[in-house]
Design a binder for this molecule. Structure first.
Ligand SMILES: Cc1cc2nc3c(=O)[nH]c(=O)nc-3n(C[C@H](O)[C@H](O)[C@H](O)COP(=O)(O)O)c2cc1C
Length: 204
């Protein structure tokens, strides 16, 4: 039996994709609920997320998945770190902080994990690739009919929380991607005027 070869078609005009990208909005984590993606779709979302430009195929990123009880268990680390840094905060703030990941049924921490590349890919490029992973994950989740939001909030930058996440030297959180079922449409958001961010190069 001969296998059908996989083909990689040349780019074609995709009006549906253009319409999606032209109107795309993030979905607020605070108005998400279940269900989230099942295991198969979750893994497909992660596979797509990892399909990003990556100079020299270093895969300088990692995923940490939070589902079910893991969300509140990790939330305890967030809450404890917050209260340690803000000892006069009211007790209900501890509850609020502990419930951050509960906002969505699936949260994925995207870790930027740059390597020393003997062939010289700069760390900066590896970190940019981690950003591309975050956005691709949002797009992949939305393409599957889920809502997605890329958040860092304060705990992405907290050493204690990052230790609980398992980060090692040189690794950073590129984002927590919240994925779930949106309960409301996102309001339109003002976008930059192209004229304000674009110029034609001229010889100086
Ligand atoms: C690296 C990064 C971190 C972000 N962190 C937050 C955050 O902590 N809180 C927040 O409200 N939005 C954050 N955002 C913005 C949201 O992801 C999103 O862009 C915003 O809600 C606007 O939605 P839009 O994608 O429709 O423009 C972050 C964006 C990026 C790129």
């Amino acid at each position: 039996m001969t296998e059908t070869p996989i083909t990689f078609p040349l780019p074609t005009h995709r009006p549906e994709l253009i319409a999606f990208l032209s109107t795309r909005r993030s979905n607020l984590a605070k108005v998400m609920e279940g269900p989230g993606p099942d295991t198969e779709i979750r893994d497909k979302i992660l596979e797509i997320a990892a399909r990003v430009p990556d100079h020299r195929k270093l895969a300088p990123w990692r995923f940490v998945i939070f589902e079910g009880q893991a969300r509140s268990a990790f939330g305890q680390h967030i809450s404890t770190a917050f209260m340690a840094a803000n000892p006069t905060a009211p007790a209900d703030r501890a509850i609020f902080e502990g419930a951050r990941l509960i906002r969505a049924p699936l949260v994925v921490a995207v870790i930027s994990a740059p390597v020393d590349c003997p062939r010289g890919t700069p760390k900066w490029e590896q970190e940019l690739s981690a950003g591309a992973v975050c956005f691709n994950m949002c797009l992949a989740a939305q393409a599957h009919g889920f809502g997605a939001q890329w958040l860092t909030e304060w705990y992405a930058y907290d050493d204690t929380v990052n230790a609980a996440l398992g980060l090692t030297a040189g690794q950073r959180v590129a984002g927590y991607i919240y994925i779930g079922t949106p309960t409301t449409e996102s309001a339109p958001r003002t976008r930059p005027n192209l004229e304000n961010i674009t110029q034609f190069w001229r010889k100086i």
